[in-house]
Design a protein around this ligand. Sequence first.
Ligand SMILES: [Zn+2]
Ligand SMILES: [Zn+2]
Length: 236
Amino acid sequence: MHGIRIAAAALLNTLYPAVCINCHARIEEQKLWLCGSCYDKLNPLPEQHCPKCGIPNEADECDNCAVNGYVFTQAVSVFLYEGPAKSLVHALKYQGLHTVSGWFANRMFIAAQMEPEIMQADCLTAVPLHRVRHRERGYNQSELIAAQLAKKMSKPLLKKALTRRINTGTQTQLHAAARRTNLLDAFVSGKDDVSGKSVLLIDDVFTTGTTVNEAAKVLLKAGATKVYVMTACHGL
Ligand SMILES: [Zn+2]
Ligand SMILES: [Zn+2]
């Protein structure tokens, strides 16, 4: 009985930590997994951003789009990847705080409703992890978000549209050029058929856009009519 109580307390502490996951202050008024002050510092993507790739403070046909040759139709992100939003992603990815995925999915659903084309996508899929990484972590954080967003949008989630072929290591530690080379042929199409379908591709963070672009190339090659991208955060 004692052991169960300890396990329950540990679980409760994971679900509802008593300290803010961003500034580690003891929480008086809990908002999400953040203290009130950090919650207020969550920065949405500014209204002025590139309509295709979402990079802040850029107009149509931004340099980022020109350099990277994006094949997806449009990428939408909700928050800037900094401060408390970054802490939320880290908690979801590395601290097993699964419930953050539902909160991100809610916010992404609100953003999706502003985009009629995205609301008409036929199905959703998530950027996969390599199976070794998936086994280590026990879950794919992007797939958790995608599953809950798909439910809200009443669309099917294709879990096996893509397979990650190479264990690409930690992308964030590599420079842009190295990331591109590193990702070459990282994805292949999977068992789920996307031909003739428009696909909404979900990932946690849009940084250079290389990852989602490589995944989008494979989906288009497999016959997808269009690929839209949604991420919880934008990291540029
Ligand atoms: Zn805080
Ligand atoms: Zn752009």
